[in-house]
Design a protein around this ligand. Structure first.
Ligand code: GDP
Length: 237
């Protein structure tokens, strides 16, 4: 019975499979990281920057969450740790302007990949969506094919509300992949079954802690296995 359930769950995650994005050998890549506040966007940008730097890419992070001053400071710390470059705007400045500057700087400094941290405030949701849409357009005007990835960060502990978030971000930002954070706690992240089935986007990475290397490629097999284990599978020792 367990075997049958495992197989069924794995087949439900089929659309979630797909190789994690890798920086293209030629041309600058732009990845936008979106999601509501507190899901782990800034932390994930830091972890991604570190991983891509380790893989030999020249990374620039764009601190476009100008709404939350602490996010910019937080990102500066991550950038220093990972060896990535950072471009930041004044608190309250237009995120699209910061993105524009970041893309110019990335071209001048010959960076391979720009990772964009975006705002995620909930109470002005329609403004947020307009802002993200504008950022998409700015990116596209400056770099052909950009944004190459729009990765939606979902907090595993928010449960079914994640589906509503995914629907909304999908509508405006054209999400290309998911990152599920906080799987190191007791939350199992079962909401991704519904999201993957409905929106047909792959899960790219999972966050399993607050440290710089706590970001793993998503494995459907490991994920399904984690649903059966008594102990949280991704728990930190
Ligand atoms: P943002 O508002 O979306 O940018 O979220 P932050 O990056 O500021 O993260 C919010 C909180 O979640 C911080 O305390 C992070 O350290 C924490 N966090 C982010 N990712 C993970 C994760 O994978 N596991 C755990 N346990 N905490 C995380």
């Amino acid at each position: 019975m367990r075997g049958a359930i495992r197989r069924l769950l794995l087949s439900m995650l089929d659309p979630a499979k797909g190789a994690p994005p890798a920086a293209a050998p030629a041309g600058q890549q732009v990845w936008m990281i979106v999601g509501v506040n507190g899901t782990g966007k800034t932390t994930t940008v830091g972890k991604l920057a570190a991983r891509l730097e380790q893989e030999g890419n020249k990374v620039l992070v764009c601190a476009a969450d100008t709404f939350r001053a602490a996010a910019v400071e937080q990102l500066a710390v991550w950038a220093e740790r990972s060896g990535a470059e950072i471009i930041r705007g004044q608190s309250g400045s237009d995120p699209s302007a910061v993105l524009h500057d970041s893309l110019s700087a990335a071209a001048a400094r010959k960076c391979d990949i720009v990772i964009v941290d975006t705002a995620g405030r909930l109470h002005t949701r329609s403004n947020l969506m307009q802002e993200l849409d504008k950022m998409r357009r700015v990116a596209n005007r400056k770099v052909p094919g950009a944004p190459h990835e729009v990765l939606l960060v979902l907090d595993a502990t928010t449960g079914q509300n994640g589906l509503a978030q995914a629907r909304e971000f999908m509508k405006t930002t054209g999400v290309t992949g998911l990152i599920v954070t906080k799987l190191d706690g007791t939350a199992k992240g079962g909401v991704i079954f519904g999201i993957v089935q409905e929106l047909k986007v792959p899960v790219r990475f999972i966050g399993i802690g607050e440290a710089i290397d706590d970001l793993l490629d998503f494995s459907a097999e490991d994920f399904v296995e984690s649903l059966f284990s008594e102990m949280p599978r991704y728990a930190q020792s």
